[in-house]
Write a protein that binds this ligand. Structure first.
Ligand code: 13P
Length: 234
């Protein structure tokens, strides 16, 4: 099974940068991995323009819990589908922490909206440093995964410890494996679990080589073609 490399560009990038990036990326890329790009909404059109090459898949970073209506600033799942998005991040810790978007009901309706429009959710979970220190990380992750209890469709889970995001601190491979195994054991059906948080060309080989890891969710290291392509197994 091909592993996924999901590039979360967060609030970075411009049209000029995206076009230059994609030209180099499409020229250099091999077929070892499935790449999913989640650029800011404003760059979806730039990414969609090159999508015919089939060398990457398009995704988004968030979506509205509503179908449509007077919701200033929101983007619906249907709008994402119009740009050929096949995946969408939901419940990223930056949305949960900075914008307090961690209401179970809202996260559930966002997922339902995506599934209605044939977009696969990438549901993000992760414990804080406090949880880790108190030994409650597994409890926290199980609690966050409650949102998925009524959902039977295909979904991807991204395990991103909050303390590892943007910090250059990464759990060791045993810790990653243990958490991925824990998440997979909560479900009857096989399911893909990605690791995210300070993945870079130095640590990616260890992480991607693990059998428990179905792919990676990458922030900073996905913004340059050379570092993105340097993320690979041994
Ligand atoms: P970094 O790779 O920059 O730590 O970001 C991880 C992340 O939040 C991806 O969603």
């Amino acid at each position: 099974m091909q592993k996924l490399i999901v590039a979360n560009w967060k609030m970075y990038g411009s049209k000029t940068m995206a076009e230059a990036f994609l030209k180099t990326f499409l020229y250099s890329k091999t077929d070892t991995y499935n790449y999913i790009f989640c650029p800011p909404f404003t760059l979806l059109a730039s990414f969609e323009k090159f999508l015919n090459s089939q060398k990457y898949i398009l995704g988004a970073q968030n979506c509205s819990s509503f179908e449509n209506g007077a919701f200033t600033g929101d983007i619906s799942a249907e709008m994402l589908k119009e740009f050929n998005c096949s995946y969408c991040l939901i419940g990223h810790s930056e949305r949960r922490q900075i914008y307090h978007e961690d209401d179970e009901k809202i996260l559930t309706t966002k997922i339902q909206q995506l599934l209605k429009h044939q977009i696969t959710p990438i549901f993000c979970v992760g414990e804080s440093l406090e949880d880790k220190k108190q030994g409650t990380a597994f409890q926290k992750i199980k609690h966050q995964l409650n949102v998925l209890k009524e959902i039977n469709n295909e979904i991807i889970i991204a395990y991103e410890p909050i303390w590892a995001i943007g910090t250059n601190k990464v759990p060791n491979i045993q810790e990653i494996n243990e958490m991925h195994q824990f998440i997979k054991n909560l479900y009857l059906k096989p399911l893909k679990v990605l690791y995210g948080g300070s993945v870079n060309p130095q640590n990616a080989a260890d992480i991607l080589t693990s059998d428990q890891v179905d792919g990676i969710l990458v922030g900073r290291a996905s913004l340059e073609v050379a570092s993105l392509l340097a993320l690979k197994e041994r």
